[in-house]
Design a protein around this ligand. Structure first.
Ligand SMILES: Cc1ncc(COP(=O)(O)O)c(C=O)c1O
Length: 388
């Protein structure tokens, strides 16, 4: 049998591969501390779990739940955008319900990119933007994210002919992996660029409610005219600790929502009804617990920043997202993959090599804040005891 060329060209999903390697090491008795993966370790509120249970008790809730998401869920999403960002959305035309945002981030390339067409993609970035482009037969034009530019792409540096030829501009703030944030002024310039060059601006915003020190990230849809050019992706995974449940959304341009739905209705058959009922409970329920939850992440961030010198790393203090993006010392004489392997061997601590997110991630590692504070403090003690 011969697999398709698009598969032979496809690198293995980096987190799936390292997951296997770490399990092997654990099997050999190594006490692995995995700071590599961005999966929330805390549960959603009890009311969300209860809504799932109550809905699953209904015999009529086990069939196909419809292609477009329950009207009540689309309404809850629109209400959330109104409340959180003062952005008005038409739940019937400007909201698509996704099986986790990763699904939509992938499928949108099938809806907008033809073979040989260009997508403007930040480097480093969440890998799905590039993989969707690749699977659609498209071509990536990289937008480097550099520390000296606050990990924002230099929009003016994109040649006009490239911007004219491109179909999609990808942006993600608060950013994975760098944790950088973008202000309304930058978002406004991005909307302007997309308008001038007839681009779909895909804005990935799953960390908008996972923030520190009182910071409140904006939505791209707050920018005047954004709805004509932008599709914002969001997710219940990080905001509500529901990563395994697989519920996300794409909101904004009605034309883009319709195109994405056309792809999706031919590929999937919607989300299990009890999960949608639980998502409604998450979006419409008590939100005050998020403050405490974010404080827990903030304490983890501070614990990580404290032990960085023990690993020879330096980092900016993140305002949002669940990562510390740390620089490897220049005199380390090794790339990020080697640095992470050596750290794993010496300390049992696994960090994600920055190069997993693109060439411009080289020289950095990503540390996820997905372990309890006490465990992170223990990492500090381990390093303090001279394991580095
Ligand atoms: C930037 C970014 N976008 C999207 C996702 C995918 O989230 P979801 O669970 O909604 O598929 C992640 C997950 O880590 C992410 O970091």
């Amino acid at each position: 049998m011969r697999v398709a060329r698009r598969i032979t060209d496809l690198p293995p999903y980096v987190f799936a591969e390292t997951g296997k390697k770490l399990e092997e090491l654990k099997g050999q008795g190594v006490d692995v501390i995995n700071l590599g993966i961005g999966s929330p370790d805390l549960p959603p509120p009890w009311a969300v779990i209860d809504a799932l249970y109550q809905s699953a008790l209904q015999p009529s809730n086990h069939g196909y739940a419809g292609y477009y998401g329950l009207p009540a869920l689309r309404r809850a999403i629109a209400d959330y955008y109104q409340r959180r960002f003062d952005v008005h959305l038409d739940p019937d035309k400007e909201v698509a319900v996704l099986i986790g945002s990763k699904e939509g981030l992938f499928n949108v390339s099938l809806a907008f990119v033809d073979p040989g067409e260009v997508a403007l993609i930040p480097d480093p970035c969440y890998p799905t933007y590039g993989l969707g482009t690749l699977m659609a037969g498209g071509v990536r034009y990289s937008l480097p994210l550099r520390e000296e530019e606050d990990f924002l792409p230099v929009l003016d540096a994109i040649p006009a002919d490239v911007a004219d030829a491109a179909k999609i501009l990808w942006l993600n703030y608060p950013n994975n992996p760098t944790s950088a944030v973008a202000d309304l002024e930058f978002l406004s310039r991005a909307v302007n660029l997309a308008s001038r060059h007839d681009l779909l601006l895909c804005y990935d915003n799953p960390y908008c409610d996972l923030t520190f020190d009182g910071y409140r990230p904006p939505s791209i849809l707050q920018i005047a005219g954004a709805k004509k050019v932008a599709l914002e992706f969001n997710s219940l995974s990080k905001t509500y600790n529901m990563a395994g449940w697989r519920v996300g959304m794409a909101v904004g341009s009605a034309e883009a929502v319709e195109a994405l739905a056309r792809v999706k209705t031919n590929i999937d058959s919607g989300i299990f009804r009890p999960i949608q009922d639980a998502a409604i409970a998450a979006l419409t329920g008590e939100q005050t617990w998020l403050t405490e939850r974010n404080l827990a992440y903030q304490r983890r961030r501070d614990a990580v920043l404290e032990f960085l010198p023990g690993l020879g790393l330096t980092a900016r203090v993140p305002k949002a997202a669940m990562y510390v993006w740390a620089r490897i010392p220049e005199d380390a004489g090794q790339n990020s993959q080697d640095f992470c392997m050596r750290t794993l061997e010496k300390t049992g601590i696994w960090l994600t090599p920055g190069s997993s997110f693109g060439d411009h991630g080289e020289g950095y590692v990503r540390i996820a804040l997905t372990l309890p504070e006490e465990q992170l403090r223990e990492v500090g003690r381990r390093l303090g005891r001279g394991h580095q």
